[in-house]
Ligand binder design. Structure first.
Ligand code: MLC
Ligand code: AMP
Length: 502
Protein backbone atom coordinates (compact mmCIF):
# COMPACT_ATOMS: atom_id res chain seq x y z
CA UNK A 1 0.00 0.00 0.00
CA UNK A 2 1.15 3.48 -0.89
CA UNK A 3 -2.02 5.60 -0.89
CA UNK A 4 -0.55 8.64 -2.65
CA UNK A 5 0.99 6.66 -5.48
CA UNK A 6 -1.86 4.18 -5.73
CA UNK A 7 -4.63 6.77 -5.90
CA UNK A 8 -3.01 9.52 -7.93
CA UNK A 9 -0.87 7.51 -10.30
CA UNK A 10 -1.28 3.74 -10.07
CA UNK A 11 -4.92 3.70 -11.13
CA UNK A 12 -3.91 4.97 -14.57
CA UNK A 13 -1.57 2.11 -15.42
CA UNK A 14 -2.32 0.86 -18.92
CA UNK A 15 -4.57 3.84 -19.81
CA UNK A 16 -3.79 5.22 -23.21
CA UNK A 17 -5.86 8.37 -22.71
CA UNK A 18 -4.04 11.74 -22.89
CA UNK A 19 -2.45 13.10 -19.75
CA UNK A 20 -0.15 15.91 -20.98
CA UNK A 21 -0.64 17.97 -24.13
CA UNK A 22 2.60 19.86 -24.81
CA UNK A 23 3.00 23.15 -26.71
CA UNK A 24 5.03 21.43 -29.45
CA UNK A 25 2.01 19.24 -30.30
CA UNK A 26 3.19 16.08 -28.51
CA UNK A 27 0.81 14.24 -26.21
CA UNK A 28 1.86 11.94 -23.41
CA UNK A 29 -0.66 9.34 -22.29
CA UNK A 30 -1.21 8.41 -18.66
CA UNK A 31 0.46 5.08 -19.28
CA UNK A 32 3.50 6.55 -21.06
CA UNK A 33 3.89 9.00 -18.21
CA UNK A 34 3.80 6.21 -15.62
CA UNK A 35 6.39 4.19 -17.49
CA UNK A 36 8.70 7.20 -17.54
CA UNK A 37 8.08 7.74 -13.82
CA UNK A 38 8.91 4.07 -13.09
CA UNK A 39 12.26 4.43 -14.86
CA UNK A 40 12.90 7.54 -12.78
CA UNK A 41 12.00 5.60 -9.63
CA UNK A 42 14.77 3.10 -10.45
CA UNK A 43 17.26 5.98 -10.66
CA UNK A 44 16.26 7.14 -7.17
CA UNK A 45 16.49 3.70 -5.74
CA UNK A 46 19.86 3.01 -7.44
CA UNK A 47 21.15 6.31 -6.03
CA UNK A 48 20.52 4.85 -2.60
CA UNK A 49 17.53 6.99 -1.65
CA UNK A 50 15.42 5.44 1.07
CA UNK A 51 11.80 6.19 1.93
CA UNK A 52 11.68 9.43 3.93
CA UNK A 53 14.86 10.85 2.31
CA UNK A 54 14.47 14.28 0.76
CA UNK A 55 15.00 15.09 -2.93
CA UNK A 56 15.38 18.80 -3.74
CA UNK A 57 14.45 19.74 -7.30
CA UNK A 58 15.11 23.11 -8.91
CA UNK A 59 14.06 22.32 -12.45
CA UNK A 60 12.04 23.85 -15.27
CA UNK A 61 8.46 22.76 -15.75
CA UNK A 62 8.32 19.71 -18.03
CA UNK A 63 6.73 16.24 -18.19
CA UNK A 64 10.01 14.93 -16.73
CA UNK A 65 9.72 17.29 -13.74
CA UNK A 66 6.28 15.86 -13.07
CA UNK A 67 7.59 12.32 -13.54
CA UNK A 68 10.15 13.08 -10.85
CA UNK A 69 7.30 13.92 -8.48
CA UNK A 70 5.61 10.63 -9.38
CA UNK A 71 8.89 8.74 -8.89
CA UNK A 72 9.25 10.25 -5.41
CA UNK A 73 5.71 9.11 -4.57
CA UNK A 74 6.47 5.61 -5.84
CA UNK A 75 9.71 5.29 -3.86
CA UNK A 76 8.46 7.05 -0.73
CA UNK A 77 11.01 9.84 -1.17
CA UNK A 78 9.95 13.27 0.11
CA UNK A 79 9.65 15.69 -2.83
CA UNK A 80 11.00 19.19 -2.28
CA UNK A 81 10.33 21.40 -5.30
CA UNK A 82 12.05 24.80 -5.42
CA UNK A 83 11.39 28.02 -7.30
CA UNK A 84 13.62 28.15 -10.38
CA UNK A 85 14.37 31.80 -9.60
CA UNK A 86 16.19 31.03 -6.35
CA UNK A 87 19.88 31.94 -6.27
CA UNK A 88 22.60 29.51 -5.25
CA UNK A 89 22.73 31.06 -1.77
CA UNK A 90 19.00 30.58 -1.32
CA UNK A 91 19.28 27.02 -2.56
CA UNK A 92 22.14 26.26 -0.19
CA UNK A 93 19.88 27.00 2.76
CA UNK A 94 17.19 24.59 1.52
CA UNK A 95 19.66 21.81 0.80
CA UNK A 96 21.33 22.15 4.18
CA UNK A 97 18.13 22.62 6.17
CA UNK A 98 16.26 19.75 4.56
CA UNK A 99 19.26 17.40 4.60
CA UNK A 100 18.41 16.52 0.99
CA UNK A 101 20.33 13.46 -0.23
CA UNK A 102 19.83 14.22 -3.89
CA UNK A 103 19.55 17.57 -5.65
CA UNK A 104 18.21 17.69 -9.19
CA UNK A 105 19.06 20.90 -11.06
CA UNK A 106 19.60 22.33 -14.51
CA UNK A 107 22.75 21.63 -16.55
CA UNK A 108 23.23 25.39 -16.97
CA UNK A 109 23.69 25.76 -13.22
CA UNK A 110 25.58 22.54 -12.58
CA UNK A 111 29.09 24.01 -12.26
CA UNK A 112 27.79 26.65 -9.88
CA UNK A 113 25.77 24.23 -7.75
CA UNK A 114 28.00 21.17 -7.52
CA UNK A 115 30.52 22.38 -4.90
CA UNK A 116 27.70 23.64 -2.69
CA UNK A 117 25.63 20.46 -3.06
CA UNK A 118 28.60 18.18 -2.41
CA UNK A 119 29.69 20.24 0.59
CA UNK A 120 26.45 19.10 2.22
CA UNK A 121 27.14 15.48 1.32
CA UNK A 122 24.34 15.38 -1.26
CA UNK A 123 24.44 14.04 -4.83
CA UNK A 124 23.66 16.20 -7.87
CA UNK A 125 21.96 15.08 -11.08
CA UNK A 126 20.57 17.26 -13.85
CA UNK A 127 17.22 17.47 -15.58
CA UNK A 128 16.64 20.26 -18.09
CA UNK A 129 13.46 21.85 -19.40
CA UNK A 130 13.75 19.79 -22.62
CA UNK A 131 13.88 16.55 -20.63
CA UNK A 132 17.61 15.94 -21.16
CA UNK A 133 20.24 15.70 -18.43
CA UNK A 134 22.22 13.20 -16.41
CA UNK A 135 19.09 12.11 -14.56
CA UNK A 136 17.36 11.15 -17.81
CA UNK A 137 20.54 9.50 -19.08
CA UNK A 138 20.62 7.35 -15.96
CA UNK A 139 16.98 6.39 -16.55
CA UNK A 140 17.29 5.41 -20.21
CA UNK A 141 18.04 1.73 -19.78
CA UNK A 142 15.94 1.18 -16.68
CA UNK A 143 12.86 -1.07 -16.59
CA UNK A 144 9.46 0.54 -17.18
CA UNK A 145 8.00 -0.99 -14.06
CA UNK A 146 8.92 -0.39 -10.47
CA UNK A 147 7.64 -2.13 -7.38
CA UNK A 148 5.92 0.63 -5.43
CA UNK A 149 7.36 1.13 -1.95
CA UNK A 150 4.82 0.67 0.83
CA UNK A 151 3.91 3.86 2.71
CA UNK A 152 1.07 4.98 4.93
CA UNK A 153 -1.12 8.08 4.76
CA UNK A 154 0.73 9.52 7.73
CA UNK A 155 4.10 9.42 5.98
CA UNK A 156 5.61 12.57 4.56
CA UNK A 157 5.09 13.17 0.85
CA UNK A 158 6.51 16.65 0.34
CA UNK A 159 8.29 19.60 1.88
CA UNK A 160 7.40 23.05 0.66
CA UNK A 161 9.47 25.88 2.02
CA UNK A 162 7.65 28.99 3.09
CA UNK A 163 9.39 32.15 4.20
CA UNK A 164 9.04 33.36 7.74
CA UNK A 165 8.71 36.66 9.54
CA UNK A 166 12.24 36.11 10.86
CA UNK A 167 13.57 35.81 7.32
CA UNK A 168 14.38 32.09 7.64
CA UNK A 169 12.32 29.78 5.48
CA UNK A 170 10.51 26.91 7.13
CA UNK A 171 9.96 23.51 5.56
CA UNK A 172 6.25 22.73 5.75
CA UNK A 173 5.92 18.95 6.11
CA UNK A 174 2.99 17.62 4.11
CA UNK A 175 1.80 14.07 4.51
CA UNK A 176 0.20 11.80 1.94
CA UNK A 177 -3.12 12.30 3.74
CA UNK A 178 -2.79 16.10 3.55
CA UNK A 179 -2.41 15.99 -0.23
CA UNK A 180 -4.92 13.25 -0.93
CA UNK A 181 -7.72 14.51 1.28
CA UNK A 182 -7.55 17.96 -0.30
CA UNK A 183 -7.38 16.69 -3.87
CA UNK A 184 -10.42 14.48 -3.23
CA UNK A 185 -12.45 17.33 -1.79
CA UNK A 186 -11.54 19.71 -4.62
CA UNK A 187 -12.31 17.15 -7.31
CA UNK A 188 -15.78 16.78 -5.93
CA UNK A 189 -16.38 20.43 -5.08
CA UNK A 190 -15.31 21.67 -8.51
CA UNK A 191 -16.84 18.71 -10.39
CA UNK A 192 -13.69 17.50 -12.14
CA UNK A 193 -14.02 14.41 -14.35
CA UNK A 194 -11.82 12.54 -16.81
CA UNK A 195 -13.34 14.66 -19.57
CA UNK A 196 -11.67 17.78 -18.22
CA UNK A 197 -8.71 19.44 -19.88
CA UNK A 198 -6.93 21.87 -17.57
CA UNK A 199 -5.05 24.79 -19.09
CA UNK A 200 -1.99 24.60 -16.84
CA UNK A 201 0.32 27.62 -16.98
CA UNK A 202 1.29 27.83 -13.31
CA UNK A 203 4.69 26.82 -11.99
CA UNK A 204 4.79 23.33 -10.47
CA UNK A 205 7.03 24.21 -7.51
CA UNK A 206 4.16 25.59 -5.40
CA UNK A 207 0.94 24.33 -3.91
CA UNK A 208 -1.24 25.93 -6.58
CA UNK A 209 0.28 24.38 -9.70
CA UNK A 210 1.32 21.07 -8.12
CA UNK A 211 -1.09 20.05 -5.41
CA UNK A 212 -4.20 21.86 -6.62
CA UNK A 213 -3.83 21.71 -10.41
CA UNK A 214 -1.84 18.55 -10.97
CA UNK A 215 -3.15 16.39 -8.13
CA UNK A 216 -6.77 17.09 -9.04
CA UNK A 217 -6.12 16.19 -12.67
CA UNK A 218 -4.26 13.02 -11.68
CA UNK A 219 -7.10 12.01 -9.43
CA UNK A 220 -9.80 12.53 -12.05
CA UNK A 221 -7.73 11.03 -14.86
CA UNK A 222 -8.17 14.04 -17.12
CA UNK A 223 -5.61 15.88 -19.23
CA UNK A 224 -3.56 19.03 -18.93
CA UNK A 225 -2.39 21.45 -21.58
CA UNK A 226 0.98 21.78 -19.94
CA UNK A 227 2.56 25.16 -20.72
CA UNK A 228 6.04 25.99 -19.39
CA UNK A 229 4.84 29.36 -18.10
CA UNK A 230 2.14 31.97 -18.48
CA UNK A 231 2.38 33.25 -22.03
CA UNK A 232 -0.60 35.25 -23.28
CA UNK A 233 -0.31 34.15 -26.91
CA UNK A 234 -0.14 30.48 -25.95
CA UNK A 235 -2.97 30.76 -23.46
CA UNK A 236 -5.18 32.36 -26.07
CA UNK A 237 -4.20 29.79 -28.69
CA UNK A 238 -4.85 26.85 -26.38
CA UNK A 239 -8.00 28.00 -24.60
CA UNK A 240 -10.44 26.58 -27.18
CA UNK A 241 -9.01 23.11 -26.44
CA UNK A 242 -9.44 23.41 -22.66
CA UNK A 243 -12.37 23.10 -20.28
CA UNK A 244 -10.91 24.68 -17.15
CA UNK A 245 -8.12 26.96 -16.01
CA UNK A 246 -6.51 27.75 -12.67
CA UNK A 247 -4.55 30.94 -12.16
CA UNK A 248 -3.36 33.71 -9.91
CA UNK A 249 -5.18 37.06 -10.33
CA UNK A 250 -2.38 38.37 -12.60
CA UNK A 251 -3.42 35.73 -15.17
CA UNK A 252 -6.94 37.13 -15.27
CA UNK A 253 -5.99 40.82 -15.37
CA UNK A 254 -3.51 40.10 -18.19
CA UNK A 255 -6.20 38.22 -20.15
CA UNK A 256 -8.67 41.05 -19.66
CA UNK A 257 -6.11 43.53 -21.00
CA UNK A 258 -6.00 41.60 -24.29
CA UNK A 259 -8.64 42.26 -26.94
CA UNK A 260 -8.37 38.68 -28.24
CA UNK A 261 -9.83 37.43 -24.96
CA UNK A 262 -13.51 37.29 -25.81
CA UNK A 263 -16.72 35.47 -24.97
CA UNK A 264 -16.25 33.32 -28.06
CA UNK A 265 -12.78 32.24 -27.00
CA UNK A 266 -14.08 30.96 -23.66
CA UNK A 267 -17.13 29.16 -25.05
CA UNK A 268 -15.80 25.67 -24.38
CA UNK A 269 -14.65 26.51 -20.86
CA UNK A 270 -16.72 25.39 -17.89
CA UNK A 271 -14.65 26.85 -15.04
CA UNK A 272 -12.04 29.50 -14.23
CA UNK A 273 -10.50 29.28 -10.74
CA UNK A 274 -8.44 31.97 -9.02
CA UNK A 275 -6.34 31.93 -5.87
CA UNK A 276 -2.98 32.53 -4.14
CA UNK A 277 -3.62 36.28 -3.91
CA UNK A 278 -6.70 38.52 -3.62
CA UNK A 279 -8.79 38.80 -6.77
CA UNK A 280 -10.24 42.30 -6.95
CA UNK A 281 -14.04 42.33 -7.05
CA UNK A 282 -13.61 44.65 -10.04
CA UNK A 283 -11.67 41.95 -11.94
CA UNK A 284 -14.38 39.42 -11.13
CA UNK A 285 -17.05 41.75 -12.49
CA UNK A 286 -15.11 42.74 -15.63
CA UNK A 287 -14.45 39.06 -16.31
CA UNK A 288 -18.12 38.20 -16.18
CA UNK A 289 -19.04 41.14 -18.38
CA UNK A 290 -16.48 40.06 -20.98
CA UNK A 291 -16.97 36.29 -20.98
CA UNK A 292 -20.16 35.45 -19.13
CA UNK A 293 -18.11 33.32 -16.70
CA UNK A 294 -17.95 34.02 -12.98
CA UNK A 295 -14.43 33.27 -11.71
CA UNK A 296 -14.49 30.85 -8.79
CA UNK A 297 -12.20 32.20 -6.07
CA UNK A 298 -10.71 29.94 -3.43
CA UNK A 299 -8.23 30.46 -0.59
CA UNK A 300 -5.32 28.32 0.53
CA UNK A 301 -1.81 28.19 1.89
CA UNK A 302 1.32 26.09 1.61
CA UNK A 303 0.74 24.72 5.10
CA UNK A 304 -2.90 23.81 4.56
CA UNK A 305 -3.56 23.32 0.87
CA UNK A 306 -7.02 24.69 0.12
CA UNK A 307 -9.24 25.91 2.95
CA UNK A 308 -12.22 27.67 1.40
CA UNK A 309 -13.91 27.94 -1.96
CA UNK A 310 -16.81 29.66 -3.60
CA UNK A 311 -19.45 27.17 -4.66
CA UNK A 312 -19.57 25.47 -8.05
CA UNK A 313 -23.31 25.78 -8.13
CA UNK A 314 -24.74 28.69 -6.20
CA UNK A 315 -23.47 32.22 -5.98
CA UNK A 316 -19.76 32.89 -6.55
CA UNK A 317 -19.56 36.10 -4.62
CA UNK A 318 -17.03 38.68 -5.86
CA UNK A 319 -14.49 39.77 -3.24
CA UNK A 320 -15.05 36.67 -1.09
CA UNK A 321 -13.22 33.35 -0.89
CA UNK A 322 -16.42 31.40 -0.27
CA UNK A 323 -17.10 28.74 2.35
CA UNK A 324 -14.86 26.40 4.35
CA UNK A 325 -14.36 23.25 2.27
CA UNK A 326 -15.96 20.01 3.47
CA UNK A 327 -13.86 18.60 6.31
CA UNK A 328 -12.18 21.94 7.04
CA UNK A 329 -13.13 23.68 10.29
CA UNK A 330 -12.62 27.43 10.11
CA UNK A 331 -12.83 29.99 12.94
CA UNK A 332 -12.37 33.74 12.96
CA UNK A 333 -10.40 34.47 16.11
CA UNK A 334 -9.26 37.36 18.26
CA UNK A 335 -5.58 38.00 17.35
CA UNK A 336 -4.64 38.53 21.00
CA UNK A 337 -6.61 35.86 22.85
CA UNK A 338 -7.39 33.33 20.14
CA UNK A 339 -11.05 33.32 21.24
CA UNK A 340 -13.62 32.80 18.49
CA UNK A 341 -15.21 36.12 17.55
CA UNK A 342 -18.92 36.75 16.99
CA UNK A 343 -20.09 36.37 13.40
CA UNK A 344 -19.30 39.42 11.26
CA UNK A 345 -16.27 40.61 13.22
CA UNK A 346 -12.79 40.76 11.73
CA UNK A 347 -10.15 38.43 13.17
CA UNK A 348 -7.51 35.88 12.23
CA UNK A 349 -8.51 32.77 10.31
CA UNK A 350 -7.67 29.53 12.08
CA UNK A 351 -8.23 26.21 10.33
CA UNK A 352 -8.21 22.54 11.27
CA UNK A 353 -8.70 19.46 9.14
CA UNK A 354 -7.00 16.60 7.31
CA UNK A 355 -5.48 19.19 4.98
CA UNK A 356 -3.40 20.85 7.71
CA UNK A 357 0.34 20.05 7.64
CA UNK A 358 2.31 18.17 10.25
CA UNK A 359 4.59 21.03 11.29
CA UNK A 360 7.79 22.76 10.21
CA UNK A 361 10.81 20.52 9.64
CA UNK A 362 13.09 20.58 12.68
CA UNK A 363 11.52 23.78 14.02
CA UNK A 364 9.38 22.75 16.98
CA UNK A 365 9.16 26.29 18.39
CA UNK A 366 7.94 27.73 15.07
CA UNK A 367 5.48 24.89 14.76
CA UNK A 368 4.17 25.55 18.28
CA UNK A 369 3.75 29.28 17.50
CA UNK A 370 1.46 28.61 14.57
CA UNK A 371 -0.08 25.18 15.09
CA UNK A 372 -2.14 24.94 18.27
CA UNK A 373 -2.12 21.81 20.40
CA UNK A 374 -5.78 21.21 19.43
CA UNK A 375 -4.80 21.10 15.74
CA UNK A 376 -5.92 24.59 14.67
CA UNK A 377 -3.43 26.39 12.42
CA UNK A 378 -3.11 30.16 12.83
CA UNK A 379 -3.03 31.43 9.26
CA UNK A 380 -2.19 35.10 9.88
CA UNK A 381 -4.90 36.12 7.40
CA UNK A 382 -7.48 38.65 8.61
CA UNK A 383 -11.05 37.97 7.59
CA UNK A 384 -14.70 38.09 8.50
CA UNK A 385 -17.56 35.70 7.80
CA UNK A 386 -20.97 37.04 6.79
CA UNK A 387 -24.36 35.72 7.83
CA UNK A 388 -24.47 33.44 4.76
CA UNK A 389 -21.13 31.86 5.67
CA UNK A 390 -19.00 33.54 2.98
CA UNK A 391 -15.47 34.37 4.15
CA UNK A 392 -13.95 37.70 3.10
CA UNK A 393 -10.22 38.24 3.51
CA UNK A 394 -9.56 41.84 4.47
CA UNK A 395 -5.83 41.83 5.11
CA UNK A 396 -2.94 40.07 6.78
CA UNK A 397 -1.66 40.02 10.31
CA UNK A 398 1.72 38.95 8.96
CA UNK A 399 4.35 41.02 7.26
CA UNK A 400 3.94 39.43 3.87
CA UNK A 401 3.95 40.76 0.31
CA UNK A 402 2.27 38.74 -2.46
CA UNK A 403 3.62 39.67 -5.89
CA UNK A 404 2.02 37.86 -8.83
CA UNK A 405 1.16 35.01 -6.47
CA UNK A 406 4.69 34.64 -5.07
CA UNK A 407 5.11 35.23 -1.35
CA UNK A 408 7.83 37.58 -0.24
CA UNK A 409 8.75 38.13 3.39
CA UNK A 410 10.19 41.66 3.88
CA UNK A 411 12.57 40.56 6.62
CA UNK A 412 14.62 38.53 4.18
CA UNK A 413 15.20 41.61 2.00
CA UNK A 414 15.72 43.94 4.98
CA UNK A 415 18.51 41.69 6.25
CA UNK A 416 20.35 42.04 2.92
CA UNK A 417 19.83 45.82 2.75
CA UNK A 418 20.79 46.48 6.40
CA UNK A 419 24.13 44.82 5.70
CA UNK A 420 25.10 47.32 3.01
CA UNK A 421 27.57 50.16 3.64
CA UNK A 422 25.90 53.41 4.66
CA UNK A 423 22.55 51.83 5.50
CA UNK A 424 21.36 52.47 9.06
CA UNK A 425 18.12 50.56 8.68
CA UNK A 426 15.49 49.61 6.14
CA UNK A 427 11.83 48.77 5.89
CA UNK A 428 10.50 46.74 2.98
CA UNK A 429 6.83 47.15 2.11
CA UNK A 430 4.35 46.00 -0.51
CA UNK A 431 2.49 48.62 -2.53
CA UNK A 432 -0.31 48.16 -5.07
CA UNK A 433 0.83 47.20 -8.56
CA UNK A 434 -1.44 46.95 -11.62
CA UNK A 435 0.08 43.70 -12.92
CA UNK A 436 1.45 41.87 -9.87
CA UNK A 437 -1.21 43.01 -7.36
CA UNK A 438 1.53 44.12 -5.00
CA UNK A 439 5.19 44.91 -5.55
CA UNK A 440 8.23 45.44 -3.36
CA UNK A 441 9.45 48.89 -2.28
CA UNK A 442 12.48 49.36 -0.01
CA UNK A 443 12.59 52.35 2.32
CA UNK A 444 16.18 53.08 3.33
CA UNK A 445 17.48 55.21 6.17
CA UNK A 446 21.14 56.13 5.52
CA UNK A 447 23.59 56.45 8.39
CA UNK A 448 24.13 60.04 9.44
CA UNK A 449 26.24 61.84 6.86
CA UNK A 450 26.49 58.75 4.64
CA UNK A 451 25.24 58.52 1.09
CA UNK A 452 23.85 55.23 -0.09
CA UNK A 453 24.48 53.99 -3.61
CA UNK A 454 21.23 52.63 -5.03
CA UNK A 455 23.10 50.61 -7.67
CA UNK A 456 25.04 48.86 -4.90
CA UNK A 457 21.78 48.01 -3.13
CA UNK A 458 20.37 46.55 -6.33
CA UNK A 459 23.53 44.52 -6.83
CA UNK A 460 23.40 43.18 -3.28
CA UNK A 461 19.82 42.01 -3.87
CA UNK A 462 20.78 40.48 -7.23
CA UNK A 463 23.61 38.56 -5.58
CA UNK A 464 21.54 36.85 -2.95
CA UNK A 465 17.83 37.05 -3.68
CA UNK A 466 15.58 35.61 -6.40
CA UNK A 467 14.52 38.23 -8.92
CA UNK A 468 10.87 38.35 -7.93
CA UNK A 469 11.95 39.57 -4.47
CA UNK A 470 13.98 42.53 -5.74
CA UNK A 471 12.62 45.95 -4.76
CA UNK A 472 11.21 47.80 -7.75
CA UNK A 473 11.86 51.14 -6.05
CA UNK A 474 14.12 52.52 -3.33
CA UNK A 475 13.01 55.44 -1.21
CA UNK A 476 15.46 57.33 1.04
CA UNK A 477 14.12 58.70 4.33
CA UNK A 478 15.81 60.36 7.31
CA UNK A 479 13.91 58.15 9.75
CA UNK A 480 11.25 55.44 9.77
CA UNK A 481 7.86 56.26 11.30
CA UNK A 482 7.52 54.46 14.65
CA UNK A 483 4.77 54.09 17.19
CA UNK A 484 5.22 54.81 20.90
CA UNK A 485 6.49 51.26 21.41
CA UNK A 486 9.25 51.94 18.88
CA UNK A 487 7.75 49.56 16.29
CA UNK A 488 8.09 50.61 12.65
CA UNK A 489 4.71 51.69 11.31
CA UNK A 490 4.66 49.92 7.99
CA UNK A 491 1.02 50.88 7.50
CA UNK A 492 2.03 54.54 7.40
CA UNK A 493 4.80 53.78 4.91
CA UNK A 494 2.40 51.75 2.75
CA UNK A 495 -0.12 54.60 2.79
CA UNK A 496 2.55 57.17 1.87
CA UNK A 497 3.77 55.16 -1.10
CA UNK A 498 0.52 53.53 -2.21
CA UNK A 499 0.35 55.45 -5.49
CA UNK A 500 3.88 54.79 -6.74
CA UNK A 501 2.87 52.29 -9.42
CA UNK A 502 -0.81 52.99 -9.98
C1 MLC B 1 8.28 37.07 -12.57
N1 MLC B 1 8.87 38.19 -12.14
C2 MLC B 1 8.22 38.64 -11.07
C3 MLC B 1 7.20 37.70 -10.83
N2 MLC B 1 7.26 36.75 -11.78
N3 MLC B 1 8.40 39.72 -10.29
C4 MLC B 1 7.59 39.87 -9.28
N4 MLC B 1 6.57 39.01 -8.98
C5 MLC B 1 6.37 37.92 -9.74
N5 MLC B 1 5.39 37.05 -9.46
C6 MLC B 1 10.01 38.93 -12.69
C7 MLC B 1 10.65 38.25 -13.86
O1 MLC B 1 11.82 37.62 -13.40
C8 MLC B 1 10.95 39.40 -14.82
O2 MLC B 1 12.14 40.00 -14.53
C9 MLC B 1 9.94 40.43 -14.51
O3 MLC B 1 9.49 40.12 -13.17
C10 MLC B 1 8.74 40.44 -15.40
O4 MLC B 1 8.48 39.16 -15.81
P1 MLC B 1 7.15 38.76 -16.57
O5 MLC B 1 7.54 38.20 -17.88
O6 MLC B 1 6.15 39.82 -16.53
O7 MLC B 1 6.70 37.64 -15.58
P2 MLC B 1 6.12 36.29 -15.96
O8 MLC B 1 7.19 35.34 -16.28
O9 MLC B 1 5.03 36.53 -16.95
O10 MLC B 1 5.54 35.84 -14.56
C11 MLC B 1 4.50 36.50 -13.92
C12 MLC B 1 3.50 35.46 -13.41
C13 MLC B 1 4.32 34.42 -12.62
C14 MLC B 1 2.49 36.15 -12.55
C15 MLC B 1 2.83 34.79 -14.58
O11 MLC B 1 5.03 35.06 -11.57
C16 MLC B 1 3.49 33.30 -12.08
O12 MLC B 1 3.23 32.34 -12.77
N6 MLC B 1 3.05 33.42 -10.83
C17 MLC B 1 2.31 32.35 -10.16
C18 MLC B 1 2.85 32.12 -8.80
C19 MLC B 1 2.19 30.94 -8.11
O13 MLC B 1 2.04 29.85 -8.69
N7 MLC B 1 1.79 31.11 -6.88
C20 MLC B 1 1.18 30.08 -6.10
C21 MLC B 1 1.80 29.97 -4.73
S1 MLC B 1 0.90 28.72 -3.79
P3 MLC B 1 13.04 40.69 -15.67
O14 MLC B 1 13.74 41.75 -14.93
O15 MLC B 1 13.90 39.57 -16.16
O16 MLC B 1 12.12 41.21 -16.72
C22 MLC B 1 -0.11 29.64 -2.77
C23 MLC B 1 -1.18 28.89 -2.05
C24 MLC B 1 -2.46 29.10 -2.79
O17 MLC B 1 -0.01 30.81 -2.70
O18 MLC B 1 -3.46 29.53 -2.18
O19 MLC B 1 -2.45 28.86 -3.99
P1 AMP C 1 1.66 30.60 0.49
O1 AMP C 1 2.32 30.69 1.81
O2 AMP C 1 2.56 30.88 -0.65
O3 AMP C 1 1.00 29.32 0.38
O4 AMP C 1 0.57 31.74 0.44
C1 AMP C 1 -0.55 31.69 1.23
C2 AMP C 1 -1.15 33.06 1.40
O5 AMP C 1 -1.68 33.52 0.17
C3 AMP C 1 -2.33 33.04 2.34
O6 AMP C 1 -1.95 33.05 3.70
C4 AMP C 1 -3.06 34.29 1.92
O7 AMP C 1 -2.48 35.43 2.53
C5 AMP C 1 -2.80 34.34 0.42
N1 AMP C 1 -3.95 33.87 -0.37
C6 AMP C 1 -4.16 32.67 -0.96
N2 AMP C 1 -5.34 32.65 -1.63
C7 AMP C 1 -5.90 33.88 -1.45
C8 AMP C 1 -7.11 34.51 -1.88
N3 AMP C 1 -7.98 33.88 -2.67
N4 AMP C 1 -7.35 35.77 -1.47
C9 AMP C 1 -6.47 36.44 -0.70
N5 AMP C 1 -5.31 35.92 -0.27
C10 AMP C 1 -5.02 34.65 -0.64
Amino acid sequence: MNPLYDRLFGTHAGKDTPFLHLPDGRTLTHDAFLRKAARFAHVLSDAGLEPGDRLAAQIEKSPEALALYAACAQTGVVFLPLNTAYTRDELAYFVENSGARLVVGDDAKEADLRPMVESFGAQLLTLNGDGSGSFTDAATAKPEEFETVARSEDDLAAFLYTSGTTGRSKGAMLTQANLLSNAEVLLDYWRFTQNDVLLHALPIFHTHGLFVGTNVMLLCGGAMIFLPKFDLDQIIAQMPKATTMMGVPTFYTRLLDDARFTRDLTQGMRLFISGSAPLLAETHIRFEERTGHRILERYGMTETNMNTSNPYEGERRAGTVGFPLPGVELKICDPQTGATLPQGEIGIIEVRGPNVFKGYWQMPEKTAEELRADGFFITGDLASMDADGYVTIVGRNKDLIISGGFNIYPKEIELVLDDQPGVLESAVIGVPHPDFGETVVAVIVPEKGASVDEAALRQACADSLAKFKHPRAFVMLDALPRNTMGKVQKNALRADHAGMFT
